[in-house]
Write a protein that binds this ligand. Structure first.
Ligand code: DOR
Length: 448
């Protein structure tokens, strides 16, 4: 008899590289140690998981947790609590905090703040700015850095590198795949007058599809010229999807659950500033283009772009009279990524295997995570257990993040997370936090 396993998850339907089937999964020392019929094996603990699906842990590779500087909207503890309650096992957090994450010291500060306070595993992006080019190669190699993030169009915060020459310089400083917010700043500046006070639907007219397409065309030209690899964040237009299909050797693609779910045709009228974000929610024809890109395999990962602002700031709390365009862009999403996308699975819009590809295998491949992102022997034992039959109403009150609202309020979704397991430790079960926060930095192959 060998040494007992630490824990065996019994009888779940597992979804991994090998397909979908019922199996037991055993963990030892934080890693998956065996998969198969383990009915005869000993363990210190057993988790009965029959009837549930056990997926590789869901990675959300785009969140904004607002610490330091805007902890009234979110902090690393509250954001990561929302993540694990939503079945997310690791997050990559964005650099547009205050101060922005544009120096070695600022990145180290985030890593120090995260230690012992985050419920899920984590990595932080380094922010590209006009004046920190020489720091980027060092920052992107720091343990716990997800890579460099570049804003080509201005959004929340001060980070912006808009001109070709500045972008070229950023691309020349560093080697890892660079993540980019692609909206053409010149066009956004020209069209600002199209915003109509009190009419959030004009947000999508101002930041139109051409603004996104033009920027992505420029970006791809500069990426070819400099030989860098790029990850285009939250792609929103059908035309960009067609364009990106011609550049799969150098470009990876993210879409968000909200751009796959909402369309300008009715979302602004129904949900107001809750669905105001950058790049905007667009018309149904673009949403259809994103789904086509997803089905065709052009899309590599899903990111929630969890970007909380308070109900007061958004003008959606009873006492607030904040009005578009004074309302900030961004919506929370880390807690709803899994159920929103499982509902799309239930409706037949994507397969469960494709969901796993987008939330685990995709991030593993795009970012080169070391020993993480697969439900396979030797990898970190990160699991998202889900009940595909559960149906529940989403409400603002369910949200664990500090802002306390969700753009999905009032929607009935089928398919919910039941358990979140991080390196073998169950941290969430049936909606409750059941372990102390023990998040650790994600490791990347290029930084080992
Ligand atoms: O809508 C957005 N909000 N888009 C971004 O790019 C940033 C984000 C935020 O940080 O609020």
């Amino acid at each position: 008899m060998g040494k007992p396993f630490d824990v065996i998850f019994r009888g779940a339907t597992i979804v991994n590289h090998d397909g979908i089937g019922v199996a037991d999964v055993a963990v030892r020392d934080g890693k998956t140690a065996a998969i198969g019929d383990l009915g005869q094996a000993d363990a210190r603990d057993y988790v009965a998981a029959a009837g549930l699906h056990l997926l590789p842990g869901v990675i959300d590779s785009q969140v904004h947790f607002r610490e330091p500087g805007n902890e009234h909207k979110e902090d690393l503890e509250s954001g990561s609590r929302a993540a694990v309650l939503g079945g997310v096992t690791a997050v990559f957090e964005m650099p547009n905090t205050n101060p922005p994450t544009t120096s070695v010291a600022a990145l180290q500060d985030k890593l120090d703040r995260a230690a012992g306070r985050m419920h899920c595993d984590y990595a932080f992006y380094a922010g590209a700015a006009a004046d920190n080019l020489d720091l980027l190669p060092e920052m992107e190699r720091m343990t716990g850095c997800a890579g460099v993030k570049l804003f080509m169009g201005a959004s929340t915060g001060s980070l912006l590198v808009a001109e070709d020459e500045g972008v070229r310089q950023v691309l020349r400083h560093g080697r890892r795949r660079i993540a980019v917010h692609s909206e053409d700043q010149e066009r956004l500046a020209e069209r600002q007058g199209l915003r109509r006070p009190g009419d959030v639907a004009s947000h999508a007219e101002w930041r139109d599809a051409e603004s996104a397409l033009r920027c992505t065309q420029r970006l791809l030209r500069l990426v070819r010229e400099t030989g860098r690899r790029v990850h285009v964040l939250h792609v929103t237009t059908a035309e960009e999807m067609t364009l990106l299909a011609q550049h799969k050797d150098i470009a990876t693609v993210e879409v968000t659950p909200q751009h796959l779910t909402f369309a300008a045709d009715d979302a602004y009228a129904a949900r107001g500033t809750r669905v105001q974000m950058n790049p905007p929610i667009r018309g149904a024809e673009h949403r259809a283009g994103l789904w086509q890109g997803l089905a065709a395999g052009i899309v590599d990962v899903l990111g929630s772009d969890h970007a909380p602002h308070t109900a007061q700031e958004k003008g959606i709390s009873p006492g607030s009279n904040a009005q578009y365009p004074d309302t900030p862009s961004g919506m929370p999403g880390v807690q709803t990524l899994v159920p929103v996308m499982l509902d799309h699975v239930a409706r037949g819009q994507l397969s469960l295997s494709r969901f796993v590809d987008l939330t685990a295998h995709g991030p593993q491949r795009v970012f080169g995570m070391a020993g993480k992102g697969r439900l396979a022997v030797g990898y970190d034992a990160d699991y998202t257990l889900v009940d595909l039959r559960a149906e529940r109403l989403v409400t603002d009150a369910m949200m664990a993040g500090k802002c306390g609202w969700t753009p999905y309020d009032g929607m009935r979704l089928k398919g919910w997370p039941v358990g979140t397991v991080i390196r073998g430790r169950t941290v969430m079960w049936e909606g409750q936090l059941v372990a102390q926060s023990q998040g650790a930095p994600v490791r990347f192959q290029e930084c080992l």
